[in-house]
Design a protein around this ligand. Sequence first.
Ligand SMILES: [Zn+2]
Length: 421
Amino acid sequence: MIPDHELLALKERNPVHEIAGRWVKLRRNGRKGYIGPCPMCSENPQGRSATKFECNSVKWVCAGQCQDGGDVIKLVQKREGVDFRAAIERLGGVRDEKPTPALARMAGLRAYQAGEPLGEVPAPFGDDPDLRMAWVRGWGDGRKRADYEVFARERERKRLYDFWQAGSRWQGSSVEDYLACRGVLAPENARLRFHPDMPLFADGREHEPLLVHRGPAMLAPFLDAAGVFRGLHITWIDTSAERCKAIVHHPETGEVLPAKKMRGTKAGCYIDLGTSDGLKGQRVPHPRVIVGEGIETVLAVYTALLRAGRDMSRTTLRAAGDLGNLAGRALETVPHPTLKTAAGRAQRVPGPDPDPQSPAMPVPDHVAELILLGDGDSEPFLTRNALERASRRHARAGRTIRVRFAPDGLDYNDALQGKSK
Ligand SMILES: [Zn+2]
């Protein structure tokens, strides 16, 4: 057994962003730390617009194929395909050392973050008065930081809500043109709005953020299980451009930035795309719910079913924002059948068993039929695991769950428009 304070000292000597920075090009991400390509699953380690991997000095998370996160030891384990002990050795190994006040303070902070109470100060810090005091200070640092995070989250929510309130009806606006351009229909009561002058920032920096674009946008709120506004899905529109999305270049690097952004809280929330019989004002979810990752995925399927003459009454449409929020986290990882790590071992990816503690898009209890849509343009093994996870997570007595995939290699929107690969 390695003493906790020696492990902590090892982690302090090896900040996550420095270790990850040996493999990929990371950029500053304001107060949150660093962002960039993932050392495990990104094809281009120098990609300057990659945003799937986020980290700070103590932890990392990948929203790409890994759908995983952890500390620096886990990062080395995943990247190099080695076990816990070997990862420690690759980070220079632990040393036989005495606990210091700086370590005690860090341990206190992490104890707060782990939900431990301000009770007995644990060994080896508990016996020495200076170390005890440092540990208690660290615990207080953790609480201050958490308070600030709650404050910052509320401030962002307020900002986003103001944008939403300033938006107008999507019918008759360029949102309607955009949807037409993408070949999809939306129910009358899809919860979308048009904003004529929505700002797009290059990063999440709190002070003097870099404004890269302003223009017309489609807004869709993220709502939690109680229907409370938590965040905003934003798509910048240019109906004269290909695919009708605004083409935005980073002013410093010249790279093309995504014309879509999700701000605020997405985890545990959903986007309300309406009820297909267009009952205005009626927000009671119908017994059948169709859910997919993106807004256009769900609307493409809705449009195809309508055109095929299917009965779409009593059907509610929802989007999760991304695959991670559609399925929630996995309890454990499984080896990928073909993908290999840099060290030549099987890449481990999130498995089919859901972690019920992790947040994911909510499904109301009374839903009798749940249809989960998988896009065909994502990695198939990962997508299948994610949809299996969502199926198991939402399984109830008396509920039917169906999983539907778009044709091979296509997303639903391309399939609807008769494109092929
Ligand atoms: Zn990754």
